[in-house]
Write a protein that binds this ligand. Sequence first.
Ligand code: AMP
Ligand code: GLY
Length: 434
Amino acid sequence: MKILVVGNDARTHVVAETLANSPQQPVLFTYMKANHPGLAKLSEDFELGDYNDLEKIKTFAESNAIDFAIIGPEGPLSEGVVDALDSIGIKSVGPVKALAKLETSKAFTRLLGKKYNIPGMPLFQVFESKGGLKEFAAKVDAFVVKPDGLTGGKGVMVQGDHFNTKEEGLKIAQELIEKDGIIVLEEKLIGEEFSLMSLCDGKNLFDFPPVQDHKRAFVGDKGPNTGGMGSYTTGKLLPFMTVQDLKDAHNITLKMAEAIEKETGIKYKGVMYGGFICTKDGVKLIEYNARFGDPEAMNILPVLKNDFVEVCKAVIDGTLDKITPSFREESTVCKYAVPEGYPSDPVSGRKISLKDVPSEAKVYLASVEEKQGEIYMSRSRAVAFVGIASDLEDAEVIAENAVSSVKGPVAHREDIGTMELIQKRIDHMKELRG
Ligand code: AMP
Ligand code: GLY
């Protein structure tokens, strides 16, 4: 079995590791934008290139007689890498470009939700001109301004967080319409967020356990939004969720998969990562991503008991209904070490040392480079550390000890996965649900 892995981040690293652990012992080939030392080590061979260099990707895949591909980040999906591979007969775990719009266009997903009466949609409106903005704002208590396209998780502007008054929000909305020609306004949802990632074969879903990510840069959910500073799972439900919340989220994703096929005639094959929020009115959909979450992938793939290669093949063959998802019932905590100053003004190109990282933690490299055996950061999240244990407190201690053992100009969030922060989430939900 020869598998092509596309990507060079921590999420792609854990995807490759999970494939490599399959009893089928696949041989991995990686196409990456920059040399990722962890992926390079796991690969029989790798190729460096841009995600829009579709010819280079096809040549690399063809010359290695690849059986199937799996795509890590959203970049290659939005460039049409899946379509390019499909054109030479190589199937992928990852949607074609037209369906990656689930992530690459917030307007596409919201309008689909509305057209097919999918539950959990907030009040929203897509704007292609400034007309009607004020009227929308008047209908809701508070609102959120969203660029339509990819922004690395840093584009959404939330009233109360990124701007205070409706007037300020309308000004941001107007400027964004002038720049992009399209935006989405939504009512502001209040509650606790979770990520439910499901593999979809076009019809059936394979759900991973729900994960809670932490988007804000600093302790106490302060500071700017980031790609995600860390995340945790507890085996099954998150402590603030109900069984019904999880069922509702699953149902929204299932209905979305059906709607996609009805609308486009194409079956969605890949990850449907729903960003959901538990509110006083039940579960609502914040957005979809068309790939695994980063950091969330580092929580759920290491505890997968199924043979991941078999699961990937079932996605491609449309036979996911034959597989029962199975996970180790353990808690996981993932914490990122990021360059000091991230995300606004990160130090750049600085050396770090991982020599003191305790061996019980799992380590996934993100935006780093290896030169003469030394690790150098770029300006993005650098290294993810994962603790896995039978209870959350132990998992947190493992992750915290690991991330704080990094030598160099790095920062991390000490509070992720701690009981103190989780109790706040539980209390918040109790208060909202009444
Ligand atoms: P996204 O770029 O869609 O991942 O959104 C980034 C973050 O913005 C989400 O994780 C939420 O915290 C926040 N957000 C997005 N949409 C809403 C909404 N309708 N109400 C409240 N917060 C939102
Ligand atoms: N953890 C956020 C994301 O992957 O988009």
